[in-house]
Design a protein around this ligand. Structure first.
Ligand SMILES: [Zn+2]
Length: 304
């Protein structure tokens, strides 16, 4: 996979919306295209949205005779699979408008602050700034629905770690990490990161820290758009809102200069990753054959 982004010019100068997003270059390019153009109405695109099919998702319960299908599905998480669950086609306009409005909030508050913004703060920015515009009832309901949805229905079996849509992250509990644009929780996460840097040197850096419900929602909407409404595919590589351990202390690290490859399996081939393992830092949350419906993520440091 090429690490070069050729679509940067389509984005406002100085603004990189997805630089910490676990996504492929192609998905990224697709999302940018969607973000910077009016809501697409092409029949072809709408046709990609399928009706709900909630009954036959292949889950990964240990007793399942479908374990083998599950593992092969996860091995090609980036493809669509039989029995994947799609967002209804009728929800497509609200998916796009919600994404774009949240995106404008990010533009307004800056990429760093956006990592820790709460749902209520987001709504308030909409009310107070015409550059964002007030969230419509449909958008608010859609975002709430997405948050309370049972993610098992589309094949994601991880825990729900944040149960309130309006959960906020108090300033006193978080620390901005210099030159990364990311935050860590004070206490265990911050201490672990400091120790990790002291042991491995400056070649390892935080690539994603605390993500509020809003931040995770924004990423998940982008994934869903890039996946043409395939919620199962989106959730194979990104925890749905409320389900990310980034909300409660986990963080991602990468190798300086490795760019987007930090969010691919290639990271597991680096010297830095092997040092992390040798020094006992890597307690991988989502290992290669995990049963949570999530792809292998060697870059993700488990704290909680
Ligand atoms: Zn992560």
């Amino acid at each position: 996979m090429s690490g070069q982004l050729t679509h940067r010019s389509a984005v406002a100068p100085g603004y990189m919306p997805f630089d910490d997003m676990d996504t492929t270059v192609r998905e990224f390019a697709d999302s940018i295209e969607l973000m910077t153009s009016p809501v697409p109405r092409s029949i072809e695109y709408l046709n990609a949205f399928q009706p709900h099919r909630f009954n036959e998702v292949i889950l990964a319960t240990s007793a399942s005779p479908d374990r083998q299908s599950y593992l092969s599905k996860m091995a090609s998480f980036e493809n669509s699979h039989r029995a994947d669950v799609y967002l209804g086609r009728d929800r497509y306009p609200v998916l796009i408008s919600s994404f774009k409005r949240i995106d404008r909030v990010q533009n307004l508050v800056g990429h760093g602050n956006f990592n820790v913004i709460s749902f209520d703060e987001m709504l308030n920015y909409g009310k107070r700034y015409s550059s964002v515009g007030e969230f419509t009832i449909q958008e608010r309901e859609f975002l709430e629905e997405l948050f309370v949805a049972n993610a098992r229905r589309y094949g994601f079996l991880g825990d729900k770690v944040i149960t309130e849509l309006t959960a906020s992250i108090p300033k006193r509990d978080r620390k901005k990490v210099d030159q990364t644009g990311h935050f860590l929780y004070r206490g265990e996460s911050e201490a672990l990161y400091k120790k990790l840097r002291a042991d491995l040197g400056d070649n390892i850096v935080l690539t994603s820290g605390i993500r509020s419900v809003v931040k995770q929602t924004h990423l998940f909407l982008a994934k869903t758009i890039a996946s043409k409404g395939n919620l199962s595919k989106a959730s194979r590589s990104l925890a749905p809102p409320g389900h990310s351990y980034h909300g409660v202390g986990d963080f991602d690290v990468g190798k300086v200069g490795f760019g987007r490859k930090n969010f691919t399996e290639e990271f597991a081939t680096t010297k830095e990753f092997h040092m992390l393992v040798a020094l006992g830092y890597v307690d991988i949350r989502y290992h290669r054959e995990n049963m949570f419906g999530v792809r292998y993520e060697p870059w993700h440091i488990k704290v909680v």
